[in-house]
Design a protein around this ligand. Structure first.
Ligand SMILES: *[C@@H]1O[C@H](CO)[C@@H](O)[C@H](O)[C@H]1NC(C)=O
Length: 144
């Protein structure tokens, strides 16, 4: 009975906290993740972001444009991205345990931010959206 009361209180507090989140996704208890993919190639690229439950469709990104989405972490979510740039392409995970390791700041009750930068030589992950080159950007994969 007492633990039920505590759960109800926690639930109420976290709903209150997350009602201040700026985006449309509200996470109760779970951590909110906000993902960004920026095109740093001076031509259009196309990206298709999917998870097992979420197909976000084909998005065309002009030079310097950013596509972003958010979700509540459940511990099981994987987001993949399929990319096209002219005759080149690539498929890779944008959010998985590796991205979690690279991006999470170990703070509770705050939205975690994770950035991908798409460049002619390949794909970089970072915790901040800083101008390239910068130590923030970790090279992950080249175009195939
Ligand atoms: C998404 O875009 C790629 C590249 O232009 C294209 O090959 C593919 O058919 C598109 N997929 C859908 C579902 O429109």
């Amino acid at each position: 009975m007492r633990s039920l009361l505590i759960i109800v209180i926690l639930f109420t507090i976290s709903s209150f906290l997350f009602s201040y989140a700026t985006s449309d996704v509200h996470c109760v208890i779970l951590t909110r993740w906000h993902m960004f993919v920026t095109n740093d190639i001076s031509e259009d690229i196309t990206v298709h972001v999917t998870s097992r439950r979420d197909d976000r469709g084909n998005i065309t990104l002009p030079f310097q444009a950013t596509y972003d989405w958010d979700f509540c972490e459940t511990g099981q979510i994987v987001y993949a991205g399929q990319f096209w740039w002219g005759s080149k392409g690539q498929i890779m995970n944008l959010y998985d345990t590796e991205a979690w390791e690279a991006c999470n700041n170990h703070k509770l009750w705050v939205t975690q931010h994770c950035y991908w930068l798409v460049r002619p030589e390949g794909f970089y992950i970072g915790t901040q959206n800083l101008p390239f080159p910068n130590d923030n950007w970790q090279f992950k994969k080249s175009w195939s």
